[in-house]
Structure formats: structure tokens, C-alpha cells
Design a protein around this ligand. Structure first.
Ligand SMILES: [Zn+2]
Length: 375
């Protein structure tokens, strides 16, 4: 190496300040794939159902990938490699110290990175093996049992080049703050930081925050969709005589979040990109931007219903497990919920008024065929 390789720990004073609230350390990865060797070994039974630590770490890796443009992290699951300073690989491991540097009493993990000419060349994550670990969502568990996924999300932010906003006078909701709490997902601030470095998915270049432009697809006011959903409730209960069942997502929740999911899908997000953006909203992380601007088409196409239904089932889990909500009664089962909200919105976005859309969904529910859209 002709130029000195510089070594940094996570708490290195930053060389470059950011104009917004996130904090950028300075060096970034060249465009392309950044493999992460997951060398975490066997796990106990994990609360979130992941089979092992490899599953947990790759989950965190893939969540960053949903938001970055010109690079992708690559999870190398159950890697047989071993850790080493400047060994040319990016290692994730449990250890008693970080290459001889002791973990502090309260330190859960440390990331060390090396760079040359402002380009990152290697970054390793050490998790403190003296702590108790599990993998779970939502509120931090009592008894100092830590969620490895959210700690990995934070350390991977260091791998990518972000620092702690709260170490630099910022007060924001961010996974990149230097202390771990109840927040278990990335936030709008984290996403803005990473997109300043690497661009947004689909943009292909750094320096763009991506998001919507004038041609983004807009949805009807939520109160009208809510009115539709209340009409659907009485239709199922009275006209169809359906018995009440239990749902963890209440009526308002399903209207708001199914509509948000579809708004992301119609503005070029994949299923996974849309699910995570809604998840961030539910967790209080702000409202992430859409993924791009759809090509103009005469008729707005919706995603396959099984994907929207898959989202709706995840929504049940968010409410039941993460938010610990009690179940509420509804006569509309989860499948009917998404199918008819999606149909209502499909008519609305294709030239139909609220009344016309109600009428056309009624015809479908009563088995009188699928009426055409209004344009
Ligand atoms: Zn940190």
C-alpha cells in the first residue's frame, strides 16, 4: 500500500460535518458489493423466530439495502472465515475485546474501519460476548437482554460511514444515536444520511436523496377510504351476515397502513421496500420517501393481491407483537379487508368518484362481475 492505511474506531472525531441532522464520518465505500462475513456461530432459541445469528445479522444487512443506491451489502451467512485486522474481509463476530481494545462496561459492540484516500477498505464489527443477546422487536427487554438485530443495524451504519448524531449536538430520532433503546428500525434521519453517501435505490449515483417528483401517484383523502371501510364493515355484518372475528390491527390502522403500503408500491417500491417503509412509520421513525416516479400509464396497475395480503398479515404481527395491542372485533376478515380496500383504491385512482367506487365494489361483493374502471 503506498498510502498509509488509517484505522478508526467508532468514536473517532469526524472529519466531515453534515449539513443535516445525521452525521457522516467521511470515508465511503466504492460503488459495488460489500460482502459482510457473518461469523457469529450458533445461537440459543431466538424470540423472533430466526434460526440463528446469521439470520439476524443478514436481516439487519438487508434492511440497509432497502434504502441505499450505488452499493449493496452482501450477507455471507454462517461464514467459515475468521476475524482479523486488515485481512481484506469485513468480519462480524462475538469477542471479549475489539482487537485488544476493551469494550467499556456499557458497550454492546464496536465497529473498526480502515480507509485509504477517503475510501473504506475494510470494516469489522465485534459484539460484546459478555452481554446477553436475543433477537426481538419493540420495547427493550428487562434484564439487560439485548436485541442483536438493532445493534447490528446501528453498527452497520458505522460500516457504511455514519456517525452518532447525538455526539455532535443533534437531537433526532435515529438508530445511529449512540445509545440503544426501544427504537428497532431505521428512521428518516438514518435514511437521509445513507442516501447522501450512496444515493437512493434506483438512482444509481450518490448525492441524491431520491424520492418523489411531480408525477408521483396521489391517493384519495384517508377519511374517504375510512368511510369506505366502515361501509364495508356494515356490509359484511348486516347484508352478508358474517360473524365478528378478531383482528389486532383496528379498522383505522388497516385503512391507514394498507393505503400507505399501496402508495409505496405504486411509486415503484418493491414489496420489501414498501413493508419496511410502513414499519418505520409505525415505529415512529418518520415518513420515508417513495422509491421513485412511476412511468405514466393510462390505467394505474396495482400489485398482486397476495402481496397486499402478505403485508396485511405482517401488519397483524406489528400490532400484536411490537405494539402489544389487544384484539378488536370486526366482521371483515384480513383477506376481505385488503382485497376490498385495494379494489376501492383501484377505482378511485382510475377516475372513479367515492360513490362510483362504492357501487362497483358492491357489484363485486354481490357476485355481479368486475365492473370496469372509470377511464
Ligand atoms: Zn455507535
Amino acid at each position: 500500500m503506498r498510502r498509509a492505511i488509517l484505522l478508526s474506531f467508532a468514536l473517532l472525531a469526524a472529519a466531515v460535518g453534515a449539513s443535516q441532522s445525521y452525521w457522516i464520518n467521511g470515508p465511503t465505500w466504492p460503488s459495488g458489493v460489500v460482502p459482510m462475513q457473518i461469523e457469529l456461530g450458533a445461537s440459543p432459541a431466538l424470540t423472533d423466530g430466526c434460526a440463528d445469528w446469521s439470520c439476524v445479522a443478514s436481516g439487519a444487512i438487508n434492511r440497509w439495502n432497502l434504502f441505499v443506491g450505488r452499493i449493496q451489502l452482501q450477507a455471507v451467512e454462517n461464514s467459515a472465515q475468521t476475524k482479523g485486522e486488515l485481512n481484506g474481509r469485513n468480519d462480524m463476530f462475538f469477542a471479549a475485546d475489539m482487537y485488544g481494545k476493551a469494550f467499556g462496561q456499557d458497550t454492546l459492540a464496536l465497529t473498526t474501519w480502515w480507509y485509504r484516500n477517503d475510501k473504506l477498505v475494510e470494516a469489522d464489527i465485534g459484539f460484546n460476548q459478555g452481554k446477553k443477546w436475543d433477537s426481538y422487536r419493540g420495547t427493550t427487554r428487562p434484564g439487560a437482554v439485548y436485541d442483536l438485530r438493532r445493534v447490528a443495524l446501528h453498527e452497520l451504519g458505522h460500516v457504511l460511514g455514519l456517525g452518532h448524531p447525538n455526539d455532535h449536538g443533534q437531537s433526532v430520532v435515529a438508530m445511529m444515536n449512540g445509545t440503544i433503546g426501544n427504537l428497532d428500525s431505521l428512521t428518516v434521519d438514518d435514511i437521509a444520511g445513507i442516501q447522501e453517501l450512496y444515493g437512493s435505490p434506483g438512482s444509481g449515483t450518490g448525492g441524491s436523496t431520491g424520492g418523489s417528483s411531480g408525477a408521483a401517484i396521489n391517493f384519495p383523502p384517508r377519511n374517504e377510504t375510512y368511510e369506505f371501510r366502515n361501509w364495508l364493515e356494515s356490509k359484511y355484518a348486516s347484508t352478508l351476515g358474517r360473524p365478528a372475528g378478531l383482528s389486532y390491527s383496528d379498522v383505522e390502522g388497516s385503512v391507514v397502513w394498507v393505503q400507505e403500503y399501496l402508495r409505496y408500491r405504486l411509486n415503484t417500491c418493491s414489496h420489501e421496500q414498501a413493508v419496511e417503509r410502513v414499519r418505520i412509520q409505525i415505529a415512529g421513525g418518520g415518513v420515508p420517501g417513495v422509491c421513485g416516479t412511476p412511468a405514466s400509464a393510462s390505467v394505474v396497475e396495482f400489485p398482486p393481491r397476495d402481496q397486499t395480503y402478505g403485508f396485511r398479515l405482517q401488519l397483524e404481527d406489528f400490532y400484536r407483537v411490537d405494539l402489544a395491542r389487544a384484539a378488536v372485533k370486526t366482521s371483515v376478515d384480513a383477506e376481505g379487508d385488503v382485497v376490498w380496500i385495494q379494489e376501492y383504491l383501484r377505482y378511485r385512482l382510475n377516475g372513479c368518484t367515492h360513490a362510483q367506487s362504492l357501487d362497483k365494489v358492491t357489484q363485486q361483493i354481490e357476485g355481479r362481475g368486475v365492473p370496469p374502471v372509470c377511464k
